[in-house]
Design a protein around this ligand. Structure first.
Ligand SMILES: Cc1ncc(C[n+]2csc(CCOP(=O)(O)OP(=O)(O)O)c2C)c(N)n1
Length: 549
């Protein structure tokens, strides 16, 4: 006989879980107690949104579900911020929620929420377990659902009395991974299309990639001289210094790259969904009928034909697809090789930061410095805000599992993600980028970094405004500023108050030594960059945007 709490922990162990992220609650004490006897490492966090984002980051970088435990009601609603990210970003994750006891249900008991309804639209699957003997079945299924097809978050509600009940249950078994392979007919059809193409283009996106798959994709690109772009915030899928790298198919796309994609005759979209952001609001590829012959490779059949009618639909995971297609070679020297080289030259030009800009701190030289100071395997995280443009446009990503940034555009992601990344890869440099607004959405997780001795470096780009929204405001309603001014704490003092290392950068030359001091401090660090609010984009000032409106 075992308690529900013990069965949950055993089922997690059977599925290879080595850590969980949580904020404790009285609703799931039986699970916490079972964790006491387990080798699973428990990371206690400061807010459930941060805990869920850590779990998301774990899933994003490893492909295995990140696990998060929260309490009912406010714990669950806080965690929903991370669940939404995992859903939009196709990341495997399992959120466990302590639920009110069975006798209290449907009375709007203390902190009672119906999770099936609450998470219905933002989770891949939501279930409440009423009978503890079925825990092995549901937990194993949760791993299968979270990782198969298009990965996503699963939410499991755990009534308190179910967790304390003692039952007999079958021994939990690990889930069986589900793979989707391309058929020979699809591979033949693609080979024919590419052999007949004049201006093909490849876009990589989504999840279910790994280091081997990225290496195979590189080999395919070389064999066929294919230009390759990475979808919004999926830049770790192709080496940016490779001669075939074409650029970031994201927000504020290089106009030359957009023109190149529009002029393509065949677009091979692997793993991505080509949503509103990467498609420049569905204009790069027209929905529902693209101008180009679209070959869409996706692990979920439901995504094929959902937004675009593909010429050729291939229901396969990116990793299975590249493994199969790597064996196919062109019949003749590709005619587009010269153009692929030109596209890369245009990328290099576009990703060279400006040396100057308004104010005493220039982000361009700071990005140049980071490009030389950061090892290739450094992990960069961020949330949402104009500051992220500097990272996405000017950081030349080299390797897989080096990026954690929400395609869902959620603020507050960078700091908790950095904590999870550093816990996963303690030997690697982990840098979180945040705006002043973004940081204060989940900056409390800096305390988690201090608690677990995880020396992340958080770069807070402080312009004293919710800059992205101010920019939109000035463009749409010039001169009518509402709700976008911020009065901020001294971020360096804040870092020290938490027990970390703090630096303030007021001019460009301050940055390199501040970064070095942060690195050798061995402590979690915050480097505040005081950026002129005029420097709202790499190329246009706030005044120029207002004046043009
Ligand atoms: C959770 C969340 N809330 C609100 C928004 C809307 N939003 C997008 S960017 C932004 C401002 C970001 O400000 P900051 O982090 O200071 O960066 P900046 O744009 O100034 O560089 C806001 C409020 C969002 N994307 N996510």
């Amino acid at each position: 006989m075992k308690t529900g709490g013990q069965l949950i922990v055993e089922a997690l162990e059977a599925n290879g879980t080595d850590r969980i992220f949580c904020v404790p609650g009285e609703s799931y004490l039986a699970v916490l107690d079972a964790l006491h006897d387990s080798a699973i490492r428990t990371f206690v966090c400061r807010q459930e949104g941060g805990a869920a984002m850590m779990a998301d980051c774990q899933g994003r970088l490893t492909g295995q579900p990140g696990i998060c435990f929260v309490t009912r009601g406010p714990g669950a609603t806080n965690a929903s911020a991370g669940v939404h990210i995992a859903m939009q970003d196709s990341v495997p994750m399992i959120l466990f929620i302590g639920q009110v006891a069975s006798h209290a249900k449907e009375r709007e008991a203390f902190q009672e929420v119906d999770y099936v309804r609450f998470f219905g639209d933002i989770a891949k699957w939501v279930v409440e377990i009423d009978d503890a003997s079925r825990i092995p079945e549901f937990v194993t299924r949760a791993f299968a659902v979270a990782t198969s097809g298009r990965p996503g978050p699963v939410v499991i509600s755990l009534p308190e009395d179910m967790l304390t009940s003692e039952v007999e249950a079958p021994q939990a078994l690990p889930h069986t991974p589900v793979e989707t392979y391309p058929g020979r007919a699809e591979l033949d059809a693609l080979e024919m299309l590419l052999n007949g193409a004049k201006r093909p283009f490849v876009i990589l996106g989504g999840t279910r990639w790994n280091e081997d798959a990225v290496a195979r994709m590189r080999a395919i690109s070389e064999a066929w001289s294919l230009p390759v772009g990475c979808s919004f915030r999926r830049q770790m899928l192709f080496d940016h210094l490779h001669a075939n790298y074409a650029g970031d198919v994201g927000i504020g796309i290089n106009p030359k790259l957009a023109a190149r994609i529009k002029a393509a005759d065949v677009v091979l979209l692997i793993g991505g969904r080509m949503g509103e952001m990467p498609s420049s609001d569905y204009t790069l590829l027209k929905s529902p009928y693209p101008d180009q012959a679209l070959v869409h490779v996706h692990a979920d059949a439901g995504e094929l034909g959902r937004v675009y009618r593909p010429t050729l639909a291939i229901n396969a995971s990116p990793s299975a697809f590249v493994e199969a297609f790597a064996k196919r070679k062109p019949t003749a020297e590709p005619s587009w090789a010269d153009e692929t080289a030109k596209t890369h030259a245009a990328y290099l030009d576009w990703s060279t930061p400006p040396e100057t800009g308004p104010g005493a701190v220039q982000m361009g030289p700071i990005m140049n410095y980071l490009e030389t100071a950061l090892p290739d395997d450094a992990i960069l995280t961020n949330g949402a805000g104009n500051y992220a443009t500097w990272v996405h446009r000017f950081h030349r990503s080299r390797r897989f599992a080096t990026q954690a940034a929400p395609t869902s555009g959620s603020m507050g992601y960078g700091t908790p993600a950095a904590v999870a990344a550093k816990a996963l890869f303690p030997e690697r440099t982990v840098v979180a980028f945040a705006g002043d607004g973004c940081f204060l959405m989940n900056g409390q997780e800096f305390a988690t970094a201090v608690q677990y001795d995880l020396p992340i470096i958080v770069i807070v780009v402080n312009n004293g405004i919710y800059g992205t929204i101010r920019m939109h405001q000035e463009r749409e309603y010039p001169g009518r500023v509402v709700a976008t001014d911020l009065k901020n704490p001294d971020f360096a003092s804040l870092a020290r108050a938490y027990g970390g290392h703090g630096e303030t950068v007021e001019k460009t030359a301050d940055f390199a030594p501040a970064f070095e001091r942060a690195r050798v401090s061995g402590k979690p660090a915050i480097i505040e960059i005081k950026l002129d609010p005029e420097a709202i984009t790499p190329t246009r000032t706030m005044t120029q945007i207002r004046d043009k409106a």
